[in-house]
Design a protein around this ligand. Structure first.
Ligand SMILES: Nc1ncnc2c1ncn2[C@@H]1O[C@H](COP(=O)(O)OP(=O)(O)OP(=O)(O)O)[C@@H](O)[C@H]1O
Ligand SMILES: [Mg+2]
Length: 424
């Protein structure tokens, strides 16, 4: 009946015909699950019978189907979608916004599925270099396919705005959890970090470096799957430029960025992601970021210079194995981190199974030998000596107890340690 009238039946020549605005609003109300098709149909029928110029929105409120507030939100979404029309997609609602862009929930009309669309702000859309890299990376990211990576679907431009279409993830980010004060148990954190480690392994095997691994870019679905978001987006901007653009946002300061990205190095590789994942793991299990500071510059300075307080010193319920893994993941010199994402995963999985991390122990050996060699060669300042001595003691202990390295090497190292401590 509503349809008859909508098409202008001769029985009610004066009845208002639903405007295109009403048609879109009706669809949106149903898509947002505020009303059923039936309820909207009834209101459209009422509208057709009514001689007053009532809109569908008025009737939905009058009939108690939706509240004034709900319809207000729907109207605002509609207005936003009209001003940023993306052909082939119908914007449903705003999901959130970060330092750079706004993300909308939308329907991809051709496949009748829900997707998320990240729309770049005008300022970035006008930067030709940025847009060029955004397209290249976006298209390449769409070729990746992994259950723990938010699937990239499309990139495009409409009305002067550039956008990135991706899989819609129903859930929340780890950033949301941390903002609400949640501290993860070791087992829970490792479960998430192993999943993201696998996502990174897949990306790294395909030549991708994420460059912006952080709690806000890790989404959790209701059934506990973790998904890494924004793959291929961070590359479009210089790291420090991106970090600085985030300054001032509560979780936007560069808490997870690797030292080499801070130094503006050009050949950033998978080890930058290992560092950021280590910083994320650190935050999850301690409830604190690894380095705090009043300004982004102060935080970045600490990433470069300040020794890390091991997470198992902050939260003493954590296993020593977890502490060792985080220390290797977050080594300031990337040559002292894991040599591959596979090695890192092997350790994360070992610790999750209650075992010591085999690769971290090997790395400790290598780090210890090279550090002792450095110490011998450089005769460092007193402060550095003391910290090297402390680290050396911990490492040496691990070396001897954990691995049972040959007696001759142990004796040699002990001798070197004694020299070091006496020289202090
Ligand atoms: N694929 C997605 N599915 C569902 N929600 C998403 C998706 N991608 C992002 N979001 C939501 O949109 C919000 C904004 O994302 P966006 O990537 O723009 O910023 P961010 O990662 O939170 O922060 P920043 O800009 O500081 O990196 C996210 O916090 C998340 O809640
Ligand atoms: Mg993001």
């Amino acid at each position: 009946m509503a349809q008859e009238n909508a098409q202008g039946s001769s029985e009610a020549p004066t009845a208002p015909i639903p405007s295109s605005m009403d048609t879109e609003l009706g669809k949106l109300v149903v898509d947002q699950r505020l009303a059923t098709d039936d309820e909207v149909g009834k209101c459209l029928a009422l509208q057709a019978r009514s001689s007053n110029a009532l809109t569908l929105a008025d009737l939905l409120v009058r009939e108690g189907v939706v509240t004034e507030n709900q319809i207000g939100r729907v109207k605002r979404t509609l207005a936003a979608s009209r001003s940023s029309q993306i052909p082939g997609y119908q914007i449903i609602s705003k999901l959130g916004s970060g330092a750079m862009a706004t993300v909308f929930k939308a329907k991809q009309l051709s496949l009748d599925r829900i997707v998320a669309i990240k729309v770049l702000p005008k300022k970035l859309s006008e930067n030709a270099d940025y847009v060029d890299r955004f397209y290249k990376e976006g298209k390449a990211a769409a070729k990746l396919n992994h259950p723990n990576i938010v699937q990239a679907i499309d990139v495009g431009e409409a009305g002067g705005y550039h956008y990135f279409v991706m899989e819609y993830v129903e859930g929340h980010t780890l950033g949301d959890d941390l903002e609400s004060g949640k501290v993860y148990s070791e087992a829970e954190a490792l479960d998430v970090i192993v999943q993201i480690g696998r996502a990174l392994e897949h990306a790294h095997e395909h030549g991708f470096v994420h460059r912006d691994v952080k709690p806000k870019n890790i989404m959790m679905t209701r059934d506990g799957a973790a998904k890494l978001a924004d793959m291929g987006l961070a590359r479009a901007m210089a790291d420090v430029e991106a970090a600085e653009a985030e300054a001032g946002k509560a979780y936007g300061t560069p808490y997870y960025i690797s030292p080499e990205q801070i130094r503006g190095e050009v050949n950033i590789d998978f080890r930058a992601d290992i560092y950021a994942l280590g910083a994320t793991l650190y935050h999850l299990v301690t409830g604190r970021v690894p380095f705090e500071g009043p300004t982004p510059a102060a935080v970045m300075h600490k990433h470069l210079k300040e020794p890390l307080v091991p997470p198992d010193h902050i939260n003493t319920s954590l296993s020593a194995g977890l502490g060792e893994v985080v220390e290797v993941m977050m080594a300031k010199d990337r040559n002292r981190r894991y040599g591959s994402t596979k090695d890192m995963l092997m350790d994360l999985e070992a610790v999750a199974a209650g075992q010591p991390p085999p690769m971290a122990r090997k790395q400790f050996d290598a780090n210890l030998l090279s550090r002792l060699a450095d110490v011998e060669a450089e005769a460092p300042a007193a402060e550095a000596q003391s910290s090297a001595g402390h680290d050396a003691a911990r490492n040496l202990n691990l070396l001897l107890v954990g691995l049972g390295v040959g007696l001759a090497v142990s004796v040699l190292l002990n001798l070197l340690l004694v020299v070091l401590l006496v020289a202090k």
